[in-house]
Design a protein around this ligand. Structure first.
Ligand code: NDP
Length: 296
């Protein structure tokens, strides 16, 4: 049993910290303090109002919107951190920011792992997230038993920043899958094909993807678009993927276009809706909806 702290009890952090609290002594802090109190009530974690109290832990987790918020909190906590503390950042962050944060932490003899997750709200609640970790082998080995509290699969993918890089590219592939499937289905709708039948075909054929198999049947055809992962957050991931490619002078025209389309969707539809609502941008251009035909 370890003493751990969790900062950021959002859609993902709240259930992840819940799994940690079942196995470890868990301190929780959240900007909106009522969520930390609710967490303590639900999972038996220890809610703290003062951010500095999280430095009592051996392992500090963060799960915040972007690396900007992580860096700000790390700077605030730096003078209070105990040497030997491991900071595990589960934010889908930026590899360059992570390297900078890791360096700052090293100056006070603390270690950093970027450990973004995949699996969404459902995976966080079930405790079977995929975790992609960047950092030294030694720090990874130390943190693995703690990370396993909310993980299905844990991968050590390279040095600091590598986890965030893999996550950004993974989410870019999701973004492209959503956009490509939306374009395909509005085209078929214009041909008079029922999108529900088209999806049945595609999902047993070579054009299938996570978007076509899961997102379109569950979120688009139903017109429910339940907000479990915001469009603004996926737009951010797409931006990170493009920025790390450009940094290496890799031409990525598809990725760049997808990132632009997410920025456009953010402006037209808003960032505070589910990421799958991006298909509404393409629907508006086509003047049609991806919905089952009436009576089917
Ligand atoms: P949410 O928007 O649900 O939660 C964000 C959390 O960050 C909240 O606890 C919020 O506090 C806190 N926060 C926001 N701004 C600040 C700030 N300036 N200072 C301190 N705390 C702050 O996000 P998610 O849980 O959906 O996402 C978190 C990360 O995980 C993101 O990087 C996202 O890309 C990634 N991710 C999300 C997935 C999903 O399906 N949702 C899946 C995989 C990864 P408050 O409660 O006060 O608002």
């Amino acid at each position: 049993m370890y003493r751990v702290a969790f900062i950021g009890l959002g859609t993902m952090g709240y259930p992840m910290a819940g799994h940690l609290a079942k196995q470890h002594e868990t301190i929780v802090w959240n900007r909106t303090a009522s969520k930390a109190q609710a967490h303590a009530h639900q999972f038996g974690s220890h809610a703290v109002a003062d951010l500095k109290d999280t430095t009592q832990a051996e392992f500090i987790f963060t799960c915040l919107p972007t690396s900007v918020e992580v860096e700000a909190i790390a700077e605030q906590l730096l003078p209070a951190l105990k040497p030997g503390t491991v900071w595990i950042d589960c934010t889908s962050g930026d590899p360059n920011h992570s390297r900078r944060i890791a360096e700052r932490l090293r100056s006070v003899r603390c270690d950093f792992l970027d450990a973004p997750v995949s699996g969404g709200k459902a995976g966080a609640e079930a405790g079977n997230l995929t975790v992609m970790v960047g950092g030294s082998q030694q720090t990874f080995n130390r943190a693995l038993p703690v990370i396993q509290a909310f993980a299905g699969k844990v991968f050590h993918v390279g040095d600091v920043g590598a986890g965030h890089a893999v996550k950004a590219v993974n989410n870019m592939l999701l973004a492209i899958g959503l956009l490509a499937t939306a374009e395909g289905l509005v085209t078929l709708a214009k041909q008079g094909v029922d999108p529900a039948i088209a999806l049945e075909v595609i999902n047993v054929s070579s054009g299938r993807s996570f978007a076509s198999e899961v997102h379109f049947p569950e979120r688009v055809l139903t017109r429910a678009f339940p907000n479990t992962f915001s469009l603004a957050l996926l737009a951010k991931d797409a931006r990170i993927a493009v920025s790390i490619a450009r940094e290496a002078y890799v031409p990525v025209p598809l990725m760049q276009l997808a990132a632009e389309m997410f920025e456009m969707a953010k402006r037209q539809i808003g960032g505070d809706v589910d990421h799958t609502a991006v298909v509404q941008l393409i629907e508006s251009w086509a003047g049609t909806q991806i919905a089952p035909k009436e009576g089917t």
